[in-house]
Design a protein around this ligand. Structure first.
Ligand code: 8YV
Length: 312
């Protein structure tokens, strides 16, 4: 029996690319000299597509894929997909939920602690031999502080559970109250920012949450407040964030995501109360393997039964 045809939009790990190519007849779009021209000419042959929360699939690309039936995406983010268009055309899409909750929530807690206690900055202090000249300045306590979570989905809930171990009161903001949640709901984001010591962003990216965190929200969080973003750079108005950190009207920020990755504002590099990570929330050996396996399992389930295992 011939292998099913799969279009892969962008490269994932070498291991994944190899496994995919062993099991399917893969066309690597990024390796074509002119990917869009290739799609316009040959797109009609593809029913199955593999992509990621990074590469997505644009409306322009979809227009050249008239027979597409399913997209299996690596990651939980769906912001680079035109969902309305997918719905209209009846194209199924899966992501890789749940398997990354722990790692992303672990990283959120790590960013809270690192930013408040300035672990990264203190490590630089030691390496640069500055301890020999005097002690590191005092920082901010973490345990018992008030934690505001924006977006109480799977990852937000995993963060809240961890916060209980730090004796943190938790409140959350999202579009609709979750009646099953034990945590306090705050319909007003400004009020949540005013209340919180730490505000963690765990909501989806995309148009609905674009620049949700703007200058007034940052001002409400205030000079003792810390913003942690493990969601998407688009959720924060980055220029307002940089300005607030530079003039001290925001206490600190732990950031794993940025507006224009991999570009990071150089103005933040010298600030000890800012921790900058290169979008590594799900980036552990264990979790990335599980994410890869879930993409492959979704693809095979769709081929075998016409149904995805973890549809969006
Ligand atoms: C991914 C992510 O590593 O899941 C997501 O949405 O942002 C990360 O876990 C990355 O975006 C995959 O391309």
């Amino acid at each position: 029996m011939s292998k099913p045809q799969v279009l892969q939009i962008g490269p994932l790990s070498e291991r994944f690319n190899r496994t995919l190519a062993e099991q399917y007849k893969v066309t690597a779009l990024w390796q074509q000299a002119d990917p869009l021209a290739f799609l316009c000419e040959r797109g009609g042959q593809f029913e199955l597509l593999v992509s990621s929360a990074r590469f997505g699939c644009s409306a322009e690309q979809l227009a050249c894929l008239p027979n597409l039936r399913a997209i299996c995406s690596f990651g939980v983010g769906y912001d680079p997909y035109p969902l309305e268009l997918l719905r209209e055309r009846g194209i199924a899409i899966s992501t890789t939920p749940d398997v990354l909750n722990d790692c992303v929530a672990d990283l959120a807690m790590g960013l809270i602690i690192d930013t408040a206690r300035q672990l990264s900055a203190a490590d630089r202090f030691v390496r640069q031999g500055q301890w020999l000249a005097g002690n590191y300045p005092l920082t901010r306590k973490v345990s018992g502080k008030k934690l505001g979570i924006v977006g109480l989905g799977r990852i937000g809930q995993a963060i809240a559970r961890r916060a209980e171990g730090f004796a943190m009161p938790v409140r959350y903001h999202k579009r609709h109250q979750d009646p099953s949640s034990p945590y306090g709901f705050e319909a007003d984001l400004l009020a949540l920012a005013q209340w919180a010591d730490f505000l963690v962003l765990a909501c989806p990216g995309g148009a609905a949450t674009r620049h949700l965190i703007d200058a007034p929200v940052l001002a409400a969080l205030g000079p003792q407040g810390i913003l942690v973003n493990i969601a998407r750079g688009s959720v924060v108005e980055q220029s307002a964030l940089v300005a607030a950190l530079l003039d001290g009207s925001l206490g600190g920020a732990g950031l794993d995501v940025f507006a224009d990755e991999p570009e990071v504002p150089h103005a933040l590099f010298a600030l000890p109360n800012v921790v900058l990570l290169p979008h590594v929330g799900s980036g552990t050996q264990e979790t990335r393997l599980q994410m890869e396996e879930l993409v492959l399992a979704n693809l095979q389930a769709f081929i075998d039964k016409g149904e995805l295992l973890t549809p969006l």
